[in-house]
Write a protein that binds this ligand. Structure first.
Ligand SMILES: [Zn+2]
Length: 269
C-alpha cells in the first residue's frame, strides 16, 4: 500500500488500547481484514468513534505503518442502525459478524466476502422476519468463498449418484447407504446426518443462487433448523471454529421463538 488510500469497509469490532487510542478491526474491500489504530476524540462534536461502531459500512482513509495501519478519516456509507432496534436482528447480525471475523485471516484480500457481508447486513436491515433463512444463505456462501463447498451430487466415498441419504460433515458431502453401512458404529455416530432429498435440493439451491435471490425467501422453520444444525457443524469442523460468543445468545433466542410460535422448531433429532 503506497501512501494513504481510501477503502470501503464493514466495521467488525473496536476496542480501546492505551493512551486514548482505539483499534478498529475492518473488513475492507481491497485489503481484507485489517486492524487500524485511531485516536479517540472524546471532546468536540461528532466523534469518529460513532462512525466506527460495529456493523457500520464506512468509507475510510487509511495509511500503512510499519506493522499496522492508521485510520485517518472515516465517513458513513450505511450505519445499519436498524440492527440496534431489534434484538433478534441484532443477534443474527452479531453472529454473522463474529463468524466472519473468525474465519477470515488478517491481510488477505477477500473482496467477495466483503461484498457478501455488506449485502447480508443491508438485507437483514430491510427484512421483517425469518432471519434464519438469510443467515443460512450467508453461511453457505461464506463456506463457498472459503473453499470448503460440500459435495452434493454424488457419494464422496464411492462416487455413485443415487441412494444418497446421509451427509457426512468430516467427509465434506453426501454418503450413499452402502458406504455409510460400511462405517463402524463409532464412525456412524460422528457428525453424520440423515438427510432427505428435499434438504439436499434446498442446500444445493442455496449454493447455486446468490444472496439477493433470498431477499423474500423463507424456509419452513423445521427445514431451516435442520439445515442450520448441519451447516454449523460443517463450519466448525472445516474452518476450525469453536463455539462463538454470540452463538449461545442466538440459540436462546431461537429456542424462545420456537416455543412461542412453532413448537419444537430447533429440537434435535
Ligand atoms: Zn458410496
Amino acid at each position: 500500500m503506497a501512501g494513504n488510500v481510501m477503502v470501503e469497509a464493514v466495521v467488525l469490532r473496536q476496542f480501546s488500547i492505551a493512551n486514548g487510542r482505539k483499534m478498529v478491526v475492518l473488513l475492507t474491500d481491497r485489503y481484507g481484514k485489517i486492524s487500524t489504530g485511531m485516536w479517540e476524540r472524546t471532546k468536540g462534536k461528532k466523534t469518529r468513534t460513532e462512525v466506527t461502531a460495529p456493523f457500520s459500512h464506512i468509507r475510510a482513509r487509511i495509511i500503512a505503518r510499519r506493522n499496522s495501519y492508521d485510520l485517518l478519516h472515516a465517513e458513513i456509507v450505511r450505519t445499519h442502525y436498524e440492527l440496534g432496534e431489534d434484538v433478534e436482528k441484532y443477534l443474527y447480525a452479531s453472529y454473522a459478524l463474529e463468524l466472519t471475523d473468525r474465519v477470515v485471516s488478517e491481510n488477505v484480500p477477500v473482496p467477495e466476502i466483503f461484498r457478501l457481508l455488506s449485502e447480508f447486513l443491508d438485507m437483514l436491515c430491510a427484512r421483517s422476519g425469518k432471519y434464519l433463512t438469510l443467515l443460512i444463505a450467508y453461511e453457505i456462501h461464506l463456506l463457498d468463498q472459503m473453499g470448503v463447498r460440500a459435495e452434493l451430487s454424488h457419494c464422496v466415498s464411492c462416487g455413485r449418484p443415487d441412494e444418497l441419504q446421509w451427509f457426512s460433515v468430516p467427509d465434506g458431502g453426501l454418503l450413499c447407504r452402502a458406504c455409510r453401512k460400511k462405517l463402524s458404529e463409532k464412525q456412524q455416530e460422528r457428525l453424520i446426518y440423515r438427510v432427505d432429498f428435499g434438504i439436499i435440493r434446498t442446500i444445493e439451491y442455496f449454493m447455486n443462487h446468490n444472496l439477493k435471490t433470498f431477499r423474500n425467501a423463507a424456509l419452513k422453520e423445521q427445514t431451516a433448523g435442520k439445515i442450520q444444525e448441519v451447516v454449523r457443524q460443517y463450519l466448525a469442523y472445516h474452518l476450525d471454529i469453536r463455539k462463538l460468543k454470540s452463538e449461545g445468545f442466538l440459540e436462546e433466542e431461537q429456542k424462545n421463538a420456537g416455543r412461542s410460535e412453532h413448537g419444537d422448531y430447533i429440537r434435535k433429532n
